[in-house]
Design a protein around this ligand. Structure first.
Ligand code: IMP
Ligand code: MG
Length: 189
């Protein structure tokens, strides 16, 4: 039985289908497996809530080594299309990361202000290594220089993305694909 795909009117265009997202995440898992399978101390896979949840859930099932889960909540967007505040740590990491190998899993890299703040914070805790894996990298929108260690998908131009964890005003995280948001619906949600 074929599954009906939910495509709300604010979806301008599906950019990356569910199958393509899943394949992209499998590649990211292979990349991580290759580098972390032989770590002496168990790595920490740190998801940034809430956007990274679907990506993280899919990714962890494909990792073939023992590691610890951890989570942080950062806020900057507050459900709008542009950041309205400086990124803030709302919920801190639970593990002591000193001397540990930390892999940050984030949904999207845009201006890179959020990950820049996070990187500085995590480095101050002296991990053995720190890497950043992102689902979507909006490479043309950087306001501060930042290079992800691994990006599943590169998005060109000024697009606002929804789906697979990415939200607009806290909705659309459940869409099983990555799509461009139709900005004409911004005030109608
Ligand atoms: P940055 O600090 O500008 O790189 O933005 C990072 C954060 O903004 C992400 O963790 C997302 O929560 C949010 N964000 C940036 N671009 C998008 C987008 O296209 N769709 C949904 N959320 C986004
Ligand atoms: Mg996020």
């Amino acid at each position: 039985m074929s599954q009906k795909i939910y495509k709300p009117k604010y979806v301008k265009k599906i950019l990356i289908s569910q199958k393509e997202v899943k394949d992209g995440i499998t590649k990211a898992a292979n990349w991580i497996n290759k580098r972390y399978s032989h770590c002496k101390k168990r790595p920490i896979l740190l998801a940034i809530l809430k956007g990274a949840v679907p990506f993280y859930a899919e990714l962890v099932m494909q990792l073939h080594f023992d590691f610890h889960f951890d989570f942080m909540v950062l806020s900057s967007f507050r459900g709008q299309m542009k950041a309205v505040t400086q990124p803030k740590i709302v919920t801190d990491i639970m593990n002591d990361i000193k001397g540990r190998d930390v892999i940050v899993v984030e949904d999207v890299l845009d201006s890179a202000k959020t990950l820049t703040v996070l990187k500085k914070y995590l480095l101050s805790k002296k991990p053995n290594s720190l890497k950043f894996i992102v689902l979507a990298d909006k490479v043309d929108l950087r306001q501060v220089p930042f290079k992800a260690d691994y990006a599943c998908f590169t998005i060109r131009g000024d697009k606002f993305l929804v789906g697979y964890g990415l939200d607009i005003k806290e909705i659309a995280r459940n869409l099983p694909y990555i799509a461009e948001f139709d900005k004409k619906y911004l005030n109608k949600l």
